[in-house]
Design a protein. Structure first.
Length: 352
């Protein structure tokens, strides 16, 4: 039985990896063509290729669930096409046994996804975004892309953020309790000094009624709760953060009295992605033993693509809906998983 488990697992794992490579390649090709359209004087082909390399972990992480589903359909479908599954069932091998063999390569994909999403994607994505913003401008100050952040009544905008604690183009806006602008400032650069930021070439404007007072300073200390650790979280989109980073920033937002729903949603997506992969593989297996038992490989793959797309669309619809209508992000992420699990279990019971 161990040889049989290895044979099934190897077939399915190879199929999953092949599908993963193909999907990531196509995804990268379209992303590369998109980046070619945004080249500038200091952002040429070498910089585009560097950006593509750094954003590859994100693309891999995003397509692992769908690749696992299509790979399961392709691997088991190939065996079904050669009547190997029929022979196994005739020899007394149960669906449970075959399912356990299929879940082993799925576990490999789950572990790979967790490692990539937790350790590679957050770091690589921050480096990619920061380098692109800096390289696309001659002096590192780029204004049509950047990062907004809020701390109490203070709003901040950074043109570019470097991982080593350097900010470019620091704009700050201070409002009173009646939401009236009382102070604004702009600094060319800010360097993190451990407990505060050192601003360089600072221009401050103070507003009192119709009167505006402007001052300039070569350097100025800026005391804020914003640290380099938090900046690493602010720069990257919620879906690209690690679980630890999401937890840290959610706590920070709650301490500031700010809305954290978007980051809560990203947190549950990350935590439950292994379950998503498991359920998609389960439904793929149920298709092979159920309605797709005797159809062509092309139809199996098409069904896998459609199922994966529908699953992602459902999750992408439920997520924003939870933020708009105020129900739990956990429910939004879990509902598509539960639906797919139910469909998979029903189909497998019928096949048994």
């Amino acid at each position: 039985m161990k040889k049989l488990d290895r044979y099934i697992g190897l077939n399915v794992l190879v199929a999953m990896l092949v599908v993963l490579v193909v999907v990531v390649f196509l995804n990268s090709l379209f992303a590369f063509l998109d980046q070619l359209g945004s080249m500038r004087a200091n952002y040429q082909l070498p910089q585009v290729l560097k950006y593509m390399l750094l954003t590859t972990p994100k693309r891999i992480y995003e397509v692992i669930p769908v690749s696992a589903l299509i790979g399961c359909l392709a691997g088991l479908g190939s065996m079904a096409g050669h009547s190997e599954l029929v022979v196994m069932r005739a020899a007394g091998v149960s669906l449970t046994r075959i399912g356990w063999a299929v879940m082993k390569p799925a576990l490999v994909m789950i572990i790979a996804g967790m490692l990539i999403g937790e350790y590679l994607t957050p770091v690589a994505e921050q480096m990619a975004l920061t380098q692109r913003k800096i390289e696309r401008s001659a002096d590192g100050r780029y204004s049509d892309e950047g990062v907004w952040h809020r701390e109490g009544n203070s709003y901040m905008f950074f043109n570019a953020v470097q991982p080593n604690g350097v900010l470019y183009g620091v704009s700050r806006f201070e409002f009173d309790d009646q939401n009236r602008l009382v102070e604004s400032s702009y600094a060319d650069r800010a360097l993190y000094q451990g407990k505060h930021w050192a601003l360089e070439d600072v221009k401050n404007s103070h507003y009192q009624g119709d009167k505006v007072t402007t001052t300039t300073n070569l350097t100025e200390d800026w005391h804020t709760e914003l640290t380099t650790t938090l900046l690493k979280v602010v720069v990257v989109k919620p879906d690209d953060l690690s679980i630890e980073g999401l937890m840290t920033y959610v706590d920070y937002l709650r301490d500031q009295g700010l809305e954290s729903g978007e980051y809560d949603l990203a947190f549950w997506k990350k935590v439950l992605q292994p379950l998503s992969i498991f359920v998609l593989v389960l439904i793929g297996m149920s298709f092979v033993f159920g309605p797709l038992r005797s159809v062509s490989m092309g139809l199996r793959l098409f069904t896998g693509v459609v199922t994966g797309v529908v699953f992602m669309i459902l999750q992408n619809l439920m997520g924003p809906a939870s933020l708009v209508f105020g129900f739990s992000p956990l429910v939004a992420v879990l509902l598509p998983i539960v639906i797919c699990f139910g469909i998979g279990v029903v189909l497998l019971r019928r096949a048994a």
